[in-house]
Write a protein of this length. Structure first.
Length: 290
C-alpha cells in the first residue's frame, strides 16, 4: 500500500512558512532542537537565553533575556513585536533548578527562583503575548513540563512543584483563548540527553552513589525489608504515609499530555520511566535559564 498520502499530510503539517515563533531557552538542549525544527519548517524564530554563552542555531534571531522577572518579560514582549511584528507560536522551554540535600533544606530564595523560572515566566509572557494572538484569531502556546512531575523526589521538589503548577495553569488557561483559535498545550518530555541534564545529574550522582552503595542501611527497602531494585518507584499500601500518583498513561483516565477543553492535543515527547530520586526528566539544566 502506498504511503504517499500520509507523507504528503505529514509534510503539510510541518510547513510553517510565514509563521513567527518565540522559543525561550533555545541556545542548547531541547530548546535548540525545537528552534532548529521550527526553522526547518520555514518559521521565523526568535530565541532567548540569560547570556549568549550557548550557540544560537543558524538562522534564528537572538535576544538576551532573563525570563524570571516581570521587567524582562515586558522587554522580551517588546523585542518580539519589534523583531517579528508579533508572534504565532510561543514555546516556553526555559527551565531548571539546582539540586538540594533534601526537600526541607530548600531555602525560600530557591523556591522563588524555581517558581519564577519554571512557572511564572510562562504566566507573565502569556499575559503579554496571548492577547495579540486572540486578536488575530490564531496561535499556539506550548508549555514544556517534565515527565518526572508525577513522581517528585526531595532533591528537586522545588522544580517538580513548579512544573506541576505549570501543568495546572496550562489546563485551566486553555479554555479561555480557545474560542479565538489559540491552542494551549503542555508537553512532557522524558529523560533526554542534553548538556544541562548531564550537568544536573552529575551534581546529584555522588551523593546518591554514597547513600546507595556505601551505606547499605540507607538503601531503599520494600515492604518486606528487601532492597528495591535501583530506580524502582515505591508502591504505597493503603494507610501508608506518602502520596501515590497513578501513571499518566494508565488508570483513572489521566491523559499522557494535558488536553484541556477546546485545545487540540499534541504528542508528548519520549516518556521513559521516571526514577524515584526525582531527577528532572526533560533535560533542563543546573541553574540555567536556557
Amino acid at each position: 500500500m502506498s504511503t504517499a498520502p500520509q507523507n504528503e499530510k505529514a509534510a503539510a503539517t510541518r510547513d510553517l512558512t510565514g509563521k513567527r515563533a518565540l522559543v525561550t531557552g533555545g541556545t542548547r538542549g531541547i530548546g535548540a532542537a525545537v528552534v532548529r525544527r521550527l526553522l526547518d519548517a520555514g518559521a521565523d524564530v526568535l530565541t532567548t537565553a540569560r547570556s549568549p554563552s550557548g550557540t544560537v542555531p543558524e538562522g534564528a534571531r537572538f535576544t538576551e533575556a532573563d525570563v524570571r522577572t516581570r521587567e524582562s518579560a515586558e522587554a522580551l514582549a517588546e523585542a518580539v513585536r519589534d523583531g517579528l511584528g508579533g508572534v504565532d507560536i510561543v514555546v516556553h522551554n526555559a527551565g531548571g533548578a539546582a539540586p538540594r540535600p533534601g526537600a526541607l533544606a530548600i531555602p525560600d530564595a530557591e523556591w522563588q527562583h524555581a517558581l519564577d523560572l519554571n512557572f511564572l515566566s510562562a504566566v507573565r509572557l502569556d499575559a503579554l503575548l496571548a492577547p495579540g494572538m486572540r486578536e488575530r484569531r490564531a496561535g499556539a502556546i506550548v508549555h514544556v513540563s517534565s515527565a518526572v512531575v508525577p513522581v517528585p523526589g526531595p532533591l528537586f521538589l522545588h522544580y517538580t512543584a513548579a512544573k506541576a503548577a505549570l501543568e495546572n495553569y496550562s489546563r485551566g488557561l486553555a479554555a479561555e483563548p480557545a474560542p479565538d483559535g489559540v491552542r494551549v498545550n503542555t508537553v512532557t518530555p522524558g529523560r533526554t540527553a542534553t548538556p544541562g541534564g548531564e550537568e544536573t545529574q552529575a551534581v546529584g550522582r555522588p551523593e546518591r552513589h554514597h547513600r546507595r552503595h556505601r551505606d547499605p542501611a540507607a538503601r531503599p527497602r520494600g515492604p518486606a525489608g528487601r532492597h528495591r531494585p535501583r530506580g524502582a518507584v515505591p508502591r504505597l499500601r493503603p494507610g501508608e504515609l506518602g502520596h501515590r500518583h497513578e501513571s499518566r498513561r494508565g488508570r483513572r483516565g489521566i491523559p499522557a499530555v494535558n488536553t484541556p477543553v477546546g485545545s487540540r492535543s499534541v504528542a508528548s515527547g519520549t516518556n521513559t520511566r521516571p526514577v524515584a530520586s526525582g531527577m528532572p526528566g526533560n533535560g533542563h539544566g543546573f541553574r540555567r535559564a536556557s
